[in-house]
Design a protein around this ligand. Structure first.
Ligand code: ADP
Length: 258
């Protein structure tokens, strides 16, 4: 860490210079510790699937299985873990592009209700599989917003997939309407909810409430960080409310196009 602390208790230019140096040192340290944490997270996230791959490849190599069924199970684990590593690497690449401002959005006038219908169509199978009810209230006359259709769809499929993923029974509801020159969307579920102390952190990279549960369900812990970046790149806002055991509600707003 940068160990600088200047103490110049005067109110003139030298005093403000001292304060600027202290702020800079603090910011540098914060940046370094974020970076450290980020790389520690990536190594951990990659090490887990790789150790599965290694372990099960070894089992297969040495014929350490009893039945054909068991062999198939091991192959499936190898396949799933490879899949998840690919997802993780793609997500990381995407996030880093966004954070460097190197992502090209194709901005157009977009009907957000259409986008949401497409996203709903895509997750319908998952909803059915989980036995959840879908409730939707879609205003078909909302004003256009300025955005990238593909990226907007990515935002909503991601939020809907999370809603399905973290809900055991009940429903997933989607509502879209417009008011005061904005288009608003709510995605709400009756799932496991998010503890209040985790709420301010869930848009951070790799933050998960329950690591093992998210992992079991195929999550990478990067989805919401990507969602938030994409929302903000399209001048929108996203916020979350939740109650453990009751459910979670994400609200998004985008300015209507001129
Ligand atoms: P993951 O890939 O782990 O789902 P995300 O970035 O999409 O990562 O979400 C971060 C964490 O926020 C999740 O691990 C989960 O703990 C929590 N979370 C996200 N959406 C919901 C939801 N609808 N209900 C409950 N918890 C959620």
């Amino acid at each position: 860490n940068l160990d600088i602390r200047v103490s110049i208790p005067s109110n003139d230019e030298i005093g403000s210079l001292g304060k600027a140096i202290n702020d800079l040192a603090l910011e540098t340290n914060r940046y370094r510790s974020n970076r450290r944490e980020f790389f520690a997270n990536i190594s951990h996230e990659l090490r887990t699937p790789i150790s599965y791959l290694k372990g099960y490849a070894e089992v297969l190599k040495q014929d350490l299985y009893q039945t054909e069924e068991e062999r198939q199970q091991y192959l499936k684990i190898i396949d799933d873990e490879t899949e998840r590593m690919i997802r993780l690497i793609n997500d990381l690449f995407e996030l880093s592009k966004m954070e460097e401002g190197k992502i090209d959005l194709q901005m157009n006038a977009i009907d957000l209700t259409d986008v949401i219908e497409t996203a709903l169509f895509k997750v319908r199978i998952d909803l059915k599989k989980e036995g959840l009810t879908l409730k939707s209230q879609l205003d078909r006359n909302v004003p256009y917003i300025e955005g990238d259709g593909i990226r907007l769809e990515q935002i909503f499929t991601n939020l809907l997939r999370n809603a399905v993923r973290y809900t055991e029974k009940g429903s997933v509801s989607v509502k879209i309407w417009s008011a005061l020159n904005k288009v608003h969307v709510i995605i709400e579920d009756t799932g496991i909810g998010i503890p209040v102390e985790d709420l301010p952190l869930i848009f951070e990279r790799f933050h998960r409430v329950e690591k093992s549960r998210s992992r079991e369900l195929g999550g990478t812990g990067l989805g919401l960080a990507i969602v938030k970046n994409l929302v903000e790149l399209q001048n929108g806002t996203i916020s979350v409310n939740s109650q453990v055991g009751k459910g979670t509600r994400f609200q998004l707003s985008f300015p209507a196009a001129e």
